[in-house]
Design a protein around this ligand. Sequence first.
Ligand code: ZN
Ligand code: ZN
Ligand code: ZN
Length: 358
Amino acid sequence: MVFAQRVRTLLDQMSLAGVDTVLLSVGADLPYLTGYETTPLERLTMLVVDSAGSTLVVPELEAPRVAPGEFEIVAWKETSNPLDVVAKMCPPSGSIALGDQTWSVFLMGLLERLPKARFRSATPLLRPLRARKDAAEIGLLEAAAATVDRVSARLPSVRFRGRREREVAREVMDMMIQEGHDEGQFWIVASGPNSASPHHEPSERTIEAGDVVVVDFGGRQAGYCSDTARTFVIGEPTAEQIRVHATVLEAQQQALAACRPGATAESIDGVARGVIEQAGFGEYFIHRTGHGIGLETHEHPYLVAGNNEVLEPGMCFSIEPGIYLPGRFGVRIEDIVMVTESHAVPLNNSDRSLRVVS
Ligand code: ZN
Ligand code: ZN
Ligand code: ZN
């Protein structure tokens, strides 16, 4: 039902854009339309969508993995060339839109077989659909957010002091699975000076008293992603640590309050940045304020200066301002939020305060 509806919406977009055929392979557009995710291997799996319907061209040995859906299945044999199969289904001189993550070897094979066709990116067609989550997707994002919130709630009872970042990170990963994720995708534990590096890779550093620790983690559950970050301190925080944390939290909450349909993505970034600049930390907020999330951890819309994309009900994205004082410490607070008809609500709701841990 839900997939058939998405395909119908795509067909509307295609006719508006004058696209005859959409071809999707590796990447999230394929599971978005079919519920089937292909493995990124050398054997081609490709969904062909045109006004006649959708067809999944799949290696014969993988056909048993495909749950029947509202598409036809064409299984190709090991001895045949799947590009011949796909090319035959395409209009020889038509307009063909291709998924961005399709391997170039497949595109080159199609260019050879369809020299008169015009190829373009399928992203402009799918992006507006995928950015606005439907009820089924919102339910899955809420469930994924609730899982990492349960992990956040357990973090204060984790032992940090005297342990290596990697050990704590491993525990965070395990907790994501225990709480209901199918897989963990990242588990950043950044302590002391490492917390000033936003994408720090958990290291052999031993966590000490006085450290600020940023824990940023997420994974997947039923295909949908989670992503949240909280900041802790080992023992009593200094006045400066308290002030930096309070500034980041204020930036995050003001950005959330500014979200509403019709606001631009860059205006939300501007609100968060404004709070941090006012407090004198502007040069230490070194990344965009947020990113969309859904089947992928990072997807449209991006909350960044220069993106005047307008927020719409159903859009889900992170709000994750941070302040990073090089060589000293950093703070980041991240929630996924959903735009409603009138404002936005956080899907993550665990304690955001600077919690003292041992
Ligand atoms: Zn990030
Ligand atoms: Zn994150
Ligand atoms: Zn994020």
